[in-house]
Design a protein around this ligand. Structure first.
Ligand code: ATP
Length: 215
């Protein structure tokens, strides 16, 4: 059993962010309001392990995140995965963060679609050795994990966010956030057809239009 911590909870939000959209931003806003945290770190992946190559470089995806979150004082960019030339395995990143912050509880944010696919993640059994999982609802997805993941959920699920401070890792919190039926895939399709999208922050849209991305 890991010890409790008086240090602020560190929250990491991993993704391809190809591009960052309003669904991501609403999740991040709602989570940072509900949980006692001083910073929420966006963690763009370099080479996604489970998706086809993004087509837009990791530097540009990270730059879009950085520009978009500039007006949110609690949001930060963590670009550590960009410095690796190998696929971005979340488990490696979380182990690194655990070593860097041995006395902080760490929460890693995922949507329901990701939870349902968690058994496909590299060394998924180790994830909770390093962090808590914060799981958000996503329109179109209900909780439907494989039995191994259901067992992990049954073992570690907590209902009160305060419980994330009572241990440094190992818990799963299902959190209610605004539901946004938006995905990067839909946004890329909208941009390819109309060169605009309602599901982007204005700064993201401006960058995309200026750089001529996703045409
Ligand atoms: P794509 O359509 O390219 O697969 P995506 O919209 O799922 O991309 P990602 O950057 O891959 O975006 O997502 C990062 C994380 O954010 C994942 O854990 C995903 O489940 C979650 N997420 C993304 N969009 C939403 C949303 N609208 N509601 C809830 N969770 C979301």
């Amino acid at each position: 059993m890991s010890q409790s911590s008086d240090n602020p909870l560190l929250i990491y939000f991993g993704g391809t962010f190809n591009p960052i959209h309003l669904g991501h931003l609403r999740l991040a806003e709602d989570i940072s309001k509900q949980l006692d945290t001083t910073a929420l770190h966006f963690l763009p992946c370099h080479i996604p392990a489970l998706k086809s190559p993004p087509g837009v470089s990791s530097e540009v995806r990270a730059h879009m995140v950085l520009e978009t979150i500039a007006d949110y004082p609690n949001f930060k960019l963590d670009d550590r995965e960009l410095n690796r030339q190998t696929p971005s395995y979340t488990v490696d990143t979380l182990r690194e963060l655990r070593n860097e912050f041995p006395n902080h509880a760490i929460g890693f944010v995922i949507g329901m679609d990701s939870l349902n696919q968690l058994h496909r993640w590299h060394r998924y059994q180790e994830l909770l050795d390093y962090c808590h999982l914060i799981i958000c609802e996503r329109p179109g997805y209900t909780l439907a994990p494989v039995p191994e993941i259901q067992t992990i959920i049954d073992h570690g699920r907590v209902s009160d966010s305060k419980q994330l401070q009572q241990s440094l890792h190992g818990k799963l919190l299902f959190i209610q956030t605004r539901k946004s039926d938006v995905s990067s895939t839909q946004v890329r399709q909208q941009l390819a057809q109309a060169e605009t999208s309602q599901d982007l922050h204005p700064k993201t849209l401006t960058m995309i239009q200026q750089m001529g991305l996703y045409r």
